[in-house]
Design a protein around this ligand. Structure first.
Ligand code: FMN
Length: 165
């Protein structure tokens, strides 16, 4: 079985989580790379990671998800400034699902990712960003050690699930 971790990250949060996920994958044929260099067709299981942006999937990631061939096994992971388990982050995952209807989604994982305070102040003035930006201040310090441990366990479980299919 070959597994790929393909990630998109602007300020490093998703990359940090991607590395923890990579560590949790227990197959010999595993690779990790930015989405811009990745080709899903060479792998059986593809972990796709991205930051939630404007309650959705960043455009470059959208393109990558659409390029995943039918029948592949996919696991999505996200980082987001808004509160954990909240609708503001979950809506991006729903959208990701809609982009590739003919893949098997093994599961999803999300954790919070910090946003620079100066950026939060600027985004609070923008109606499109206000709701999540209000929640983002308390994301400082994330992803933290516990997030990364959870990400690692997520990866391990997704691989076990893929093996049993
Ligand atoms: C332009 C922009 C838009 C964002 N939109 C959202 C959003 O809609 N919801 C949310 O929860 N977080 C949002 N965030 C916060 C990021 O998702 C979060 O900080 C993430 O961890 C960044 O990951 P990265 O460091 O891998 O780029 C946004 C951040 C930026 C810079």
């Amino acid at each position: 079985m070959k597994a790929l971790v393909a990630f998109y990250s602007e300020s490093g949060n998703t990359e940090k989580l991607a590395k923890a996920i990579y560590d949790g994958i227990n197959v010999p044929g595993k690779e990790i790379m930015p989405i811009s260099e990745a080709n899903a067709k060479d792998y059986d299981v593809i972990f796709v990671g991205f930051p939630v942006q404007a309650s959705s999937v960043p455009a470059k990631v959208e393109e990558f998800i659409k390029s995943v061939p039918e029948g592949k096994k996919v696991a999505y992971f996200v980082t987001h400034g808004s509160l954990r388990g909240g609708q503001l982050a979950i809506s991006a995952l729903y959208y990701a699902f809609s982009l590739a209807l003919k893949v098997t989604v093994l599961g999803t994982f999300g954790c919070r990712g910090q946003v620079k305070p100066s950026l939060i102040d600027a985004l609070l003035k923008n109606l499109e960003h206000k709701a999540w930006a209000m929640e983002a201040r308390s994301a400082a310090g994330h992803p933290d050690t516990a997030d990364m441990e959870d990400g690692k366990e997520f990866a391990n479980l997704m691989i076990a699930k893929a093996r049993n299919m």
